[in-house]
Design a protein around this ligand. Sequence first.
Ligand code: ZN
Length: 515
Amino acid sequence: MCLKSTIIFIFLFSGLLFAQPKVVTLKVGSTVSYVGGFVDLNHVYISLNDLSQCLGLHTFELRSTGKLSVYSEYGSLLFTPDNNFIVVSTGGESKIYQLPIAVLSANGKLYMPATYAGEYFSRILQGNLTYDEEKAEFNFLNSNLIAPLVTGVQVEEKANGAVIEIGMQSLPKAYEAAMATAASGGQENMLYVTLMPATGNIQKLNSLSPTDVYSNVIAIQNPNSIQLSFRLKQSYVSKQIFVDSTTNSVVVALYSQADVKKIFSEEIKKKLDAEKKNWKLDVIVIDPGHGGKDPGAIGVMGTEEKNVTLAIAKDLKRDLNKKLPNVKVVMTRDDDEFVELDKRGEIANEAGGKLFISIHCNSMPHKPNPANGLETYFLRPGKTGEAIRIAAQENAAIKYENDYEKKYKTYDADNMILTTMAHGAYVKYSERLAQLIEDNVSSVAAVADNGVSQAGFYVLIGASMPAVLVETGYLSNVREERYLRSKTGREAIARGITNAIVKYKAEYEKNFTQN
Ligand SMILES: [Zn+2]
């Protein structure tokens, strides 16, 4: 039962003598209702039946098993008494989630800790249900109303006009500005800005103090947008609206003269400087392929790829530290340990990496095999048969991960293309680095330059930075296996990669300092 008052609840509450009765508030917009429950030593439990009813969800109780199914047009939740598992079905797919605490049955109802309920109910609601433990209160926010909040308005007068900066909590999807001037037949000089979706404190926005630029602001909240009308103190010849993602603001530039080029040169320069800092090649991530339970390819003489990649990576790190002392070098592993493929990208991102180099050794299915040489790859869904073969071989490392089927399912062909597009900004740099590695390694090490290729490597997907994968040589080729096992060979390869990175850094930073 969904209660409209807390008083009735105490009378309805019986049984569950071990626990204290408790009422939790549910706020949906301005509507308040109460969900019955109890408190045990550590948790506030709420009745799943009551919460469902208060949220307007349908329920179905399986009398024989005591299971409770809660459903909406978006999906369903299945709760089982004295059981930690919840089955969540959405979009024709069912997934099982494990709760740290079992669902309890009492009084003919099922109960679960309020703190976990929001997350699961949100999955079948068009919106977000959150629980505030301190207030013992659920809040439901319809996703139509989850819109960026306007936080304030700032104005700055410029030599040739003015800038109105509308601060937002996050950027709206769409924004537009229109102007009406007294000269063009309007009554007044007005600027209309529409932000969508957006929300805000209308009362506060309507009472913004006059500035040198406008005399007042009229704010209107529409279901999905906000319109701000500025009554301007003078007329402007043109306007421009854009967003500044560094400050989360929507900026309207008002030009009092046609000379629009000069006015923002200072701002643009400031932004470019900030951008430059962002692009500075200050962290390099080295990823020694495989490790731990995943040996990688096995050579003719039994050499394990994971040991070669780690040894080369260590040499590379040492060389880079020497040649580029101001650059931080991060390794995704520095001993014989198993690191999941997606974790490697995470490590790189968390370290603020500007370059990701995954080190591997190649191998043919049948050994020994004369195939030999160095190949460097950057991300792209597998194209040529050979690229597909190598990607399949390296991607096979996921088999050593738990739940790999579920985790990597999203990396199907279509998604791979999307991810590759997301990497678009880095492709140019990845390709250039790949080329430099081919040139520089083959010139100092005894491995042939087999050229640069593109393939879909999982390990490159997660790293949000230019990223390459180097197949340093073939363990299925006896001569190359011997070379990769030798100190001379490994050090030469590391030296070649270091030379490539030093050149790359110089080229790359030159690009960002020339303006
Ligand atoms: Zn490998």
